[in-house]
Design a binder for this molecule. Sequence first.
Ligand SMILES: Cc1cc2nc3c(=O)[nH]c(=O)nc-3n(C[C@H](O)[C@H](O)[C@H](O)COP(=O)(O)O)c2cc1C
Length: 193
Amino acid sequence: MGTMIERQPRILAFAGSLRKGSFNRMLLRYAILGAREAGGDVEELGPEHLTLPLYNGDLEASGSFPEPVEAWRARIKQCEGLLIASPEYNHGISGVLKNAIDWGSRPPNVFGGKVAASFGATPGAQGTARSQMNLRICLSAINVWVVPRTVLVAYAKDAFDANGELKEARQVQALTALGRALVQAIRSGLAGV
Ligand SMILES: Cc1cc2nc3c(=O)[nH]c(=O)nc-3n(C[C@H](O)[C@H](O)[C@H](O)COP(=O)(O)O)c2cc1C
């Protein structure tokens, strides 16, 4: 049985890119808006939260994790849902995102039973389609439910206006709808299963 969430579902939103001006981070606000509309309690995590040492088993041999990893794991543990903006590097997810997932998966796996929605942007034509597939494989390994649909923003260099806002209403609507869908999936009782 899933844990029925009576209070506001807690959601963390983050991008798998550390760079200033990340297209993926620019997408987060729309998904966050949708999740908040649906009653989610959303916190956006900046790149500093994903700036973790590269996974190395020696760093956990003492029985504890490095301090930034402890902080990352504690935040994941406290939420029910994840909004993940995933870039695409060589047809896979970014090293930054994979490293953060790997640290969170170490026993006890803090990702287990979370619900996630993911989406992404690239300057190319595929809009992170291949990294989304790759991300789903990683998330299924650590027992994360993923909302089946995604939103892909291709040709990202032309997709935003001078204020950093998405030009196409269709893409804004798709991202806000995905944020709402995440909250609905959590409310339906998936979290914790
Ligand atoms: C090492 C590397 C590999 C990349 N591979 C791909 C790729 O396979 N497919 C793609 O669409 N874009 C690829 N790109 C371009 C990224 O999509 C682009 O840098 C994008 O802006 C990264 O996301 P961000 O804007 O959120 O930082 C790659 C970029 C780097 C640095």
